[in-house]
Design a protein around this ligand. Structure first.
Ligand SMILES: [Mn+2]
Length: 416
């Protein structure tokens, strides 16, 4: 069966009779004038259709006729074809999505009105997630507002929790894409490790990563690359990447490729001259040991919050031992983020964390860090981990991570 048809059937299980669901592909916002940001499809829309074109709409219904699906795509006006390439044809849309009933977006509103009236629809499912009061309204939020004006008796139900239940558990099709994204990310990291030299700008090192991604056909990255050397490694989301690396610096690189809108997310911290100092090695091994302990904890049924507790317990013990802290609360000065997030079609993937237990099929990052500004040391080690029935599997296992592995790899690269 078409992968996306299967996903729609899973979604349909949540829809009671006399309800409809509308999902929007969204559109790229304008940057300036007629220049747009690159388009990135709404991931729920993509999950249900496999289509990554702007302004498409998916309509699903559960009525006395059963579960039905209709897809609306922009009409090809023949003009844009000469400027930006042809629109998707109805046949292409059918082929990709497995949806046989395909129409044009200019007909959507009248179809919607007719359908709601004819089938006595009482519930409308929309993704009403809004994480920020000041965020621009999504297509779904704008549509919700319009519908409330025209059909005040229609009950709005939030489909976000449905999508998060479904998308948190990855299937083979998704894992294949994520795995490819991770492989390309790994290759990019190896390129950086073998070509970095003290005195390079952080963006030069980033460029080696980008080169590998572009060579592998990646058009968009999972997120903006962080390439932070020296004390900038302590700034969690530093993306300026415009400083000069110094002999003796570590560089922390957090980066990821994207394949078919699915992401890899890896962080490695390595010495720009190829050799860790004793102090850097000491801190690195504390972080790596934390990484090992967190991975060991992962298995179905474990509360998500437990992962960070395990890491904090380890840090308090280790940092007390080396004399960096005397009270547990002092840890907040050196470690100030969570150890993990969900990974998938979004880098910080859909789904809330409160009261959530790990389930087989989830993919999580494990990314312990320690940031000791007074020592000029910011270290994070991040891998992508699949929760399995037995425990876990590190999907980025091939990416070198120990001090010895990194030093010996960099020594080989540097002889050339
Ligand atoms: Mn991450």
């Amino acid at each position: 069966m078409n992968h996306f048809t299967n996903n729609r059937n899973k979604f349909a299980q949540y829809m009671e009779e006399n309800s409809v669901a509308v999902v929007f592909a969204g559109q790229a916002p304008y940057k300036r004038g007629d220049e747009k940001y690159p388009f990135s499809p709404d991931r729920n829309f993509y999950y249900l259709t496999g289509i990554d074109r702007e302004n498409c709409i998916l309509f699903m219904s559960n009525t006395t006729k059963g579960f039905e699906t209709k897809l609306y795509i922009p009409r090809d006006n023949g003009y844009l074809a000469k400027w930006v390439g042809a629109n998707m044809t109805v046949e292409e849309a059918k082929e990709i999505s497995g949806i046989t009933d395909v129409s044009f977006v200019d007909l959507f509103q009248s179809d919607f009105a007719e359908f709601v009236f004819k089938y006595n629809i009482d519930t409308l499912w929309l993704d009403l997630e809004n994480r920020d009061w000041n965020a621009l309204p999504t297509a779904a939020l704008s549509f919700a507002k319009e519908v409330q004006g025209k059909y005040p008796s229609l009950i709005l139900d939030n489909s976000y929790p449905i999508f998060s239940d479904l998308r948190l558990i990855k299937d083979g099709w998704e894992l294949e894409r994520m795995h490819r994204a991770m492989k390309i990310t790994e290759e990019g990291f190896l390129a950086m490790m073998s070509l970095v030299r003290p005195g390079m700008k952080e963006y030069e090192i980033e460029a080696y990563f980008d080169f590998v991604l572009t060579k592998r056909g990646v058009r968009q990255k999972a997120f903006q690359t962080i390439a932070a050397s020296g004390e900038r490694g302590c700034i969690l989301h530093y993306t300026e990447n415009n400083q000069t690396t110094k002999d003796g610096d570590l560089i922390l690189v957090d980066a990821g490729a994207q394949v078919d809108w699915y992401n890899g997310d890896i962080t490695r911290t390595f010495p720009v001259n190829g050799k860790f100092s004793d102090q850097q090695k000491l801190v690195y091994n504390i972080v790596l040991e934390g990484h090992r302990k967190v991975v060991e904890t992962i298995q179905p049924g474990v509360p998500f919050a437990r992962l960070n507790e395990v890491l904090r317990e380890h840090y308090v013990e280790a940092l007390t031992e080396i004399g960096l802290i005397t009270e547990p609360e002092e840890l907040n000065k050196y470690y100030y983020h969570g150890v993990s997030h969900y990974l998938g079609a979004e880098t910080h993937d859909i789904g809330r964390y409160i009261d959530r237990e790990l389930q087989a099929g989830m993919v999580l990052t494990v990314e312990p860090g320690l940031y000791i500004e007074e020592w000029n040391i910011g270290i994070r080690i991040e891998d992508d981990v699949l929760v399995t029935d037995e425990g876990s599997e590190i999907l980025t296992i091939d990416m070198i991570r120990t001090v010895e592995e990194i030093e010996s790899y960099m020594a080989k690269g540097r002889m050339k």
